[in-house]
Design a protein around this ligand. Sequence first.
Ligand SMILES: [Zn+2]
Length: 320
Amino acid sequence: MEEHYIGVDLGGTKILAGIFGADYHCLATEKNKTKPEEGYDAVCGRIVKTVRAAAESAGIDPAKASGVGIGAPGSISSDESHVLFAPNLDWREVALKADLEAQLGCPVWLGNDCNVAATGIHRLELEAKPNDMVSIFLGTGIGAGIITNGVFLTGATRAAGEVGHMVLDPNGPVCGCGTSGCFEALASRTAIFNRVKSAVNDGGELTQLMKADDPSVTRIRSGKLRRAVEAGDKLATAVLDETCFYTGLAIANLCNLLNPEVVSLGGGLIEQLHTVMLPKIRDAALGRIMPGAQQVRIMATTLGDAAGITGAAILAHDHT
Ligand SMILES: [Zn+2]
């Protein structure tokens, strides 16, 4: 009988589950809202519901799966059993592994969401070749998974890899963490739309796609930004250029520090805009990388949303 692995990408807004065969071929996926405001037990219930629905689509019994891997947005205990701290979910020290195992009836393994998505990119897309790799995810926030010498960088207290909170401009906008000018406060989707909004308030001109009187201007999705840039919207283009500049700076710092073989970029912004963004990011980065580290390959992942669930299935596979 074929072995099955289940991968779950648990985010602050949505839960994505995928059922995989032994070769990481995806058989079915299912998506639900996370609704963290309803509390830990309700979110656990929705994870179970999402996994069961995906398993049903794939025609398998989840209790007979070889294992479930979960990428969660926070720090994970070294034994991969507890989520220690997940600010987006308002969780502290929750026994997610035991609670899900009790409901699903099969082994569950936890990982940090960025590390898990980086695992998906590393193992599936890059065939486990790079020994040194940085994966950066640009979305509502900015996260990263860092592999040095073949292993994930965790740090002394499992808090390493907070690439989004590297300070790139001490006089820059205030970040969610309280500091000013973090990479995340300059180049996340939230930062982009804050800049668009303040430019609109200052009387900046916009095309049809971003009307000044549109109350939803702070909620523009990456796809809408892409259409604005393609239509030649000057403000959208300027804001995106700044985003690419800061992303390039961050990459240069990381390359000088870690000397990776590959820097992979992912997340909603990159998925929509990589053809415009990658050349600009490379331009900003390469001139700032020391000669010894300039061989780095800066690429956009093609896995998209599948990186997280695939990496989570790999996490489960590696433990069984
Ligand atoms: Zn910060």
